[in-house]
Design a protein around this ligand. Sequence first.
Ligand SMILES: C[S@@+](CC[C@H](N)C(=O)[O-])C[C@H]1O[C@@H](n2cnc3c(N)ncnc32)[C@H](O)[C@@H]1O
Length: 393
Amino acid sequence: MLSLEQLSQMVKEHLGLCDYIDGTQYTCKWAINESPLSGRGLIATEDIMPGEVLFVDRPLIYGPRASSTVEQGCTVCAKLNSDTFYQCSKCSLLLCSEQCQNNDVHVNDCTIISRWNLKKPIEDADSSVLSRALTPIRALMLNNDQKLFMSCMQAHSLPQHGQEVRNLKQYYEIPEEEEQLMIAACCALDTNAFQIATPYGKKEMSMRGLYPVSGLMNHNCVPNTRYYFNSDLQMTVKAVKPIQAGAEIFSCYTGILWGTPARRVYLYKTKHFLCKCDRCSDPTERGTLLGALKCFSSECHGYLLPIDPLRTSSAWRCLQCEMRVPNENICAIQGALGSLMGTLNFEKVEDLESFLVDRIIKYIPKTNQIVIDLQCRLITAFGEAEGYRWHGE
Ligand SMILES: C[S@@+](CC[C@H](N)C(=O)[O-])C[C@H]1O[C@@H](n2cnc3c(N)ncnc32)[C@H](O)[C@@H]1O
């Protein structure tokens, strides 16, 4: 394991902070240090103003996300729904054009995959299994310094991490050393990777990137930074609040508009910790009531909230009539709402609107994250729908 000094040096080189810009050495206002929350974190060394760029990171590896719900697209340009999709005859990866096939990205992917011995005919290889494992496959192209950098990142080691690589073994004989490196990449990706936002209006396969400096930021449900990506996959991290010297710099690993139960369950399942930040500790979530449910009593118009939000099995209580509801009943409602949301698919924007106004609002508070999510979807859908467009095309 590298020391903090060695890691800091590697980070500086990666960010280009060792280079001289306009004759003066570029300095940054943070350092890597031990965090009171967990492991290492980024700590401000000077006061930072909102809007200041903290750093611009580049991914060590990037590629399709591993989730089975991710729609598959071209493994080079990420385009979805092309009539011209075909599988490469050498490696079986999904492509949309000859141009993508001749692109260096594909040539490199194909070189690695096609040197593995096949256990079944190439035509039987499932392109989605390959696509889900493509990001860790690309770790095999890293040079030694980059591999060392990746190995310095925190990595979860539970058995579920690395499954996308183990799934490849039904089709390919993979050398042990390569399998181990790819599984290590999966563990680092699952702990640190960021989903790369798709540009507005573009339908592209959902991608993830292993950003080694951004990955050093710990989580807070009220982060003091935000980030965005450019078309070269560079990730810019900016302060959104004043950050005092000595304070930790945080990103948010969840949706910012998710309620506390949803955020905490997601963090526990995917990042293996239970967040105890101020927002999670406050049953009202600073008055936003994003997780609130309607009181189960038909005579009451109050809202139900967890009594002790930091205890996952906490009972809930109505703010108005004080009725207590056991956690199991709350989980059943949340589960049903979650499944309903997962199946929604409206052809017409008017159907989405009527679902929100005529159905959902009757059963859950207007402050609940589901209502907020549907309102956001409705705003986007109205902006895109014929007769409602906001950009005049
Ligand atoms: C992307 S890493 C963050 C950097 C990490 N601390 C390190 O030393 O490299 C994510 C992991 O850090 C830990 N972590 C991040 N935020 C945390 C928090 N608010 N409370 C507890 N652990 C946290 C969890 O183990 C999580 O899976």
